[in-house]
Design a protein around this ligand. Structure first.
Ligand code: CTP
Length: 409
């Protein structure tokens, strides 16, 4: 995902430095060329050899105690960097960069970098809240640095408050957002739906399905990485809301209907990956339904009357504005392509992503999918691949379709 990308990690003196080792390792697994620069203080918290082993690159500590090659290396590194992250960023390093002080390998390199620079402050709460530090952070923001808010929690010094460096997974998201994809969706507004809906029967029970939301969340994440402005309307899932995406939570099909329709007009692309209930109980009992009949006291068979929910996608297809791209999903157990094509036509869609529950590697919950992209005149089968890769192919196809449609208009 980061093949061919150069990531510079700046590490300054803070106990959180050990977390950067996890980040360096995760970046390396995604095939980035990772270079770590440490302040002289940082080596008191973690040994440069750790980073050298993890990245396969020399860890650069300072400009003056090394040979000539290293003193020019920081400039060539600065030139080829795609993104720089300083994590942990101490109050000292923040202050120095904010005031143009470049007196070691890390600060001189950052000064020479033209790419995006991301700062993850990590320090004691009282230091973080100090107005001088806050002023310095604002100065960095003013110059286009992205500053990640520190997490709130128990700090190594024993205090509780803001100042903890966020976990490496979150730091990685910021780097991926910056460097993983070309921004070929910049300027586009995309609405994605994901996850299951829940239809209440009584205060205790509900009807739902096996959707975990993974496919829709992957689409939302990849859209954001490609520069789109993304809204995710999601049913209740066990997943964390994706970063850089505006997430709206819903429970029932009706709530999803209302939230999607309220935002539909504005969107350039709508992708409906949610597993929306087609039916809901005709009546929701306000009390828990008992096994026994209230009059006879006998246990009885129950028949649950169901009514149709509003079909969101069909509604969107009917009222679609010119130029809007509508993509549905069809999960089937038989006659995959016939059923998918029928839905494409009936709901006036531009594309439908068909996947079969019978196919190994497709379906609910897993991290892979096996999908076929069905458009008016084509069926493109994607092999088994991760949901993020499937998302990338879906988006490539949508952009290609929109482009060729633009040419026809
Ligand atoms: N969908 C929707 N609103 C509904 C039901 C489904 O927007 N009330 C969307 C889903 O998000 C998905 C597509 O429609 O993109 C699925 O089509 P659908 O015909 O509803 O398929 P199933 O729900 O699987 O129903 P069936 O196969 O029984 O026709």
């Amino acid at each position: 995902m980061l093949e061919g990308k150069t990531v510079l990690l700046g590490v300054s003196g803070s106990i959180a430095a050990y977390k950067t080792a996890y980040l360096a390792s995760a970046l390396k697994k995604l095939k980035a060329d990772v270079h770590v620069l440490m302040t002289p203080n940082a080596v008191n918290f973690i040994n440069p050899i750790t980073f050298e082993e993890l990245t396969g690159n020399k860890c650069l500590v300072d400009t003056f105690d090394r040979n000539f090659e290293y003193s020019v290396e920081h400039v060539s590194l600065a030139k080829k960097a795609d993104v720089v992250m300083i994590a942990p960023a101490s109050a000292n390093v923040i202050g120095k960069i904010a005031h143009g002080i470049a007196d070691d390998m890390l600060t001189t390199t950052v000064m020479a970098c033209g790419c995006k620079k991301i700062i993850a402050p990590a320090m004691n709460t009282r230091m973080f809240e100090n107005p001088i530090v806050q002023d310095n952070i604002n100065t960095l923001k003013k110059y286009g640095y992205e500053v990640i808010s520190p997490a709130v929690g128990y700090l190594a010094c024993g205090d509780t408050g803001a100042g903890k460096m966020p976990e490496p997974e979150l730091l990685l998201e910021y780097i991926l957002q910056e460097a993983a994809c070309d921004k070929d969706m910049k300027g586009l507004k995309v609405l994605v739906t994901a996850g299951p809906t829940k239809e209440m029967i009584d205060p205790v029970r509900y009807i739902t399905n096996h959707s975990t939301g993974k496919m829709g969340y992957a689409i939302a994440r990849v859209c954001a990485r490609r520069g789109a402005e993304v809204t995710l309307v999601s049913g209740q899932t066990a997943l964390k809301a994706p970063e850089f995406v505006h997430t709206v939570w819903i429970t029932s099909a009706k709530e999803m209907f209302n939230e999607v329709i309220a935002r539909a007009e504005d969107q350039d692309i709508i992708i409906k990956a949610a597993a929306v209930a087609d039916y809901r109980p005709k009546q929701i009992s306000s009390e828990k339904i008992k096994k026994e009949n209230a009059q006879t006291g006998q246990e009885e068979e129950k028949i649950l009357a169901l009514e149709r929910t509003g079909d969101i996608l069909a509604y969107l297809g009917e009222y679609k504005r010119a130029g809007q791209f509508l993509c549905g999903f069809a999960m089937e157990t038989q006659n995959l392509l016939e059923n998918a094509r029928r839905k494409l036509e009936k709901k006036h869609l531009d594309m439908i992503v068909a996947n079969s529950l019978r196919e190994e590697g497709a379906g609910f919950g897993g991290d892979t999918n096996v999908a076929t992209l069905v458009t008016e005149d084509e069926e493109v089968s994607l092999g088994k691949m991760s949901k993020e890769e499937t998302a990338a192919h879906i988006l490539d196809k949508i952009l290609a379709q929109m482009k060729s449609r633009g040419r026809e208009d």
